[in-house]
Design a binder for this molecule. Structure first.
Ligand SMILES: Nc1ncnc2c1ncn2[C@@H]1O[C@H](COP(=O)(O)OP(=O)(O)O)[C@@H](O)[C@H]1O
Ligand SMILES: Cc1cn([C@H]2C[C@H](O)[C@@H](COP(=O)(O)OP(=O)(O)O)O2)c(=O)[nH]c1=O
Length: 225
């Protein structure tokens, strides 16, 4: 019997530790016989990757930035996410629309109602149910104090346009994530990302075990080296 697709997104401020765990989780799902599509936003298709380059490197106003991000998202949904979910894949996506509300909305102070309008336009009409606005089945939120994230990132990689922002920007972004999580508590799973990699992995996999999506055996075997 075919299993329904699962759409799982990973969120948090830059340096919170998301990327360190996504491949491990993909391996855990594959070990259970699931087909996994790993992707990221902005990006995930040739067009969306071009838009990502612009968004991360070229200065622009917040509306232009939001329009480009949602354009990239629609292309990604249409060409990667919806087909993968239709096949029954587990889709693991490094960031999605909560990042737009946190970074463009809370971080840059852009109008949340306009973002909601763009969200509805970009995320509707692509699923088999044409009226459905596609949203993640689960969003894993790596919650970390901006000061700690900045310490982790210092020297780790060349900062992009967002990573170069001051700590006050990330305080607002972190609050933006907290507001999104409070508004949709069923969809969000918060992790204490200040713990060491192994403990974060344990928190992460226990969320999936509790949901019945991963077996305890598989979850306990993987994780960071
Ligand atoms: N739990 C952790 N404790 C300490 N350092 C970590 C932890 N998780 C990740 N890191 C390090 O922090 C940096 C940012 O991690 P990364 O996974 O790239 O974060 P993100 O994808 O959320 O920006 C990397 O150098 C990574 O090795
Ligand atoms: C998806 C998304 C990302 N971003 C920002 C957050 C990140 O700083 C940046 C790229 O995200 P990310 O891929 O997490 O960066 P990295 O691979 O370097 O960890 O884009 C937004 O501002 N809005 C969005 O909607």
């Amino acid at each position: 019997m075919s299993r329904p697709g699962l759409f799982i997104t990973f969120e948090g401020i830059d340096g919170a530790g998301k990327s360190s765990h996504i491949e491990g989780l993909a391996a855990a799902f594959r070990a259970q016989g699931r087909t996994v599509t790993v992707s990221r936003e902005p990006g995930g298709t040739p067009l969306a990757e071009k838009l990502r380059e612009m968004v991360l490197n070229d200065p622009m106003d917040a509306l232009t930035e939001s329009l480009l991000i949602f354009a990239a998202r629609r292309d990604h949904l249409r060409n990667v996410i919806e087909p993968a979910l239709a096949r029954g894949d587990v889709v693991l996506c490094d960031r999605f629309t909560d990042a737009t509300f946190a970074y463009q909305g809370a971080g840059r102070g852009f109008d949340l109602d306009v973002l909601s309008t763009l969200e509805r336009l970009a995320q509707t009409g692509l699923a088999p149910d044409a009226d459905l606005m596609r949203e993640p089945d689960l969003t894993v939120w790596f919650d970390l104090a901006p000061e700690v994230a900045a310490e982790r990132l210092a020297g780790a990689r060349v900062p992009d346009r967002f990573e170069a922002q001051p700590v006050e920007f990330f305080r607002r972004v972190a609050q933006g994530y907290a507001d999104r999580a409070a508004a949709a508590p069923q969809r969000f799973a918060r992790l204490d990302a200040a713990q060491d990699r192994h403990r974060v992995w344990q928190q992460l996999t226990s969320v999936f075990v509790r949901k019945g999506w991963l077996a305890i055996m598989v979850a306990s075997q993987g994780g960071p080296q």
